[in-house]
Design a binder for this molecule. Structure first.
Ligand SMILES: [Zn+2]
Ligand SMILES: [Zn+2]
Length: 227
């Protein structure tokens, strides 16, 4: 038994069973881990939602124009996945970053290998409130454990929380709030933009606009879950 098991006993975030620290420690037990369902089968060629009866593009994407090539999400944002993301972001279950980074790396290796990852910049107010930045933590695992090239070139200045806004309002809310971290930075390759949840695609679209203006080739989106 690991000494930390006695000092800080931990429970599986999903079923509550005791967890043992060790090399595979990532916040959930092996049983719950084996039941996590990633998106498989036919996906929308733009947003990556699972397709049921549609062909290639989902009904939502047929009505919208995006400048990014496509989004690939690991999970659907529902059930235990929603619970895990919530626990990670708001209950400070930071060890889940190890779980999430593992799944994201699988998607990265399959679809985007060798391309630099640009994180969607976090909001200052949420960093202040939570005291940490959840995407950055996943990113640092991707960097240190998987050797994924990082390219943190965007920053965000004062925008309101997106959660309660419609697609149109989100677009307006974001205008001029995403910008290059350092003015004049030029990009010379295609990139992968990383975010936690893909909802309307407005954040991804705005980041893509800025990345293209900085010289990026194709902008692909990779997210943990799609709502
Ligand atoms: Zn469990
Ligand atoms: Zn779609």
């Amino acid at each position: 038994m690991h000494p930390l098991d006695i000092i800080f006993p931990r429970n599986c975030e999903i079923c509550g069973n005791n967890l043992l620290y060790g090399k595979d420690y990532h916040g959930i037990c092996p049983g719950c881990f084996s039941r996590l369902e990633t998106i498989q089968g036919e996906r929308c060629s733009t947003c990556g939602r699972p397709l049921i009866s549609e062909m290639t593009t989902c009904t939502i994407c047929r009505e919208r124009h995006y400048d990014f090539t496509r989004n690939v999400s690991v999970f659907e944002y529902e059930g235990v996945v929603r619970q895990l993301i919530h626990a990670y972001k708001f209950n400070r279950r930071k060890e889940l970053s190890l779980l999430f980074a593992g799944f994201l790396y699988t998607v990265y290796a399959e679809h985007f290998e060798h391309l630099p990852i640009v994180p969607v910049p976090g909001r200052k107010e949420s960093r202040k409130k939570q005291g940490w930045e959840h995407i950055e933590t996943v990113l640092s695992v991707l960097d240190k454990s998987y050797g994924v090239p990082l390219c943190p070139v965007l920053r965000r200045t004062g925008s309101k929380a997106q959660k309660t806004l419609s697609f149109e309002d989100r677009k307006n809310n974001l205008n001029n709030t995403i910008s290059p971290h350092i003015t004049g930075t030029r990009l010379f390759s295609s990139v992968v933009l990383l975010d936690d949840v893909f909802t309307t695609g407005a954040t991804a679209q705005e980041c893509t606009r800025v990345l293209h203006a900085m010289g990026a080739g194709d902008v692909h989106i990779m997210t943990l879950a799609i709502d």
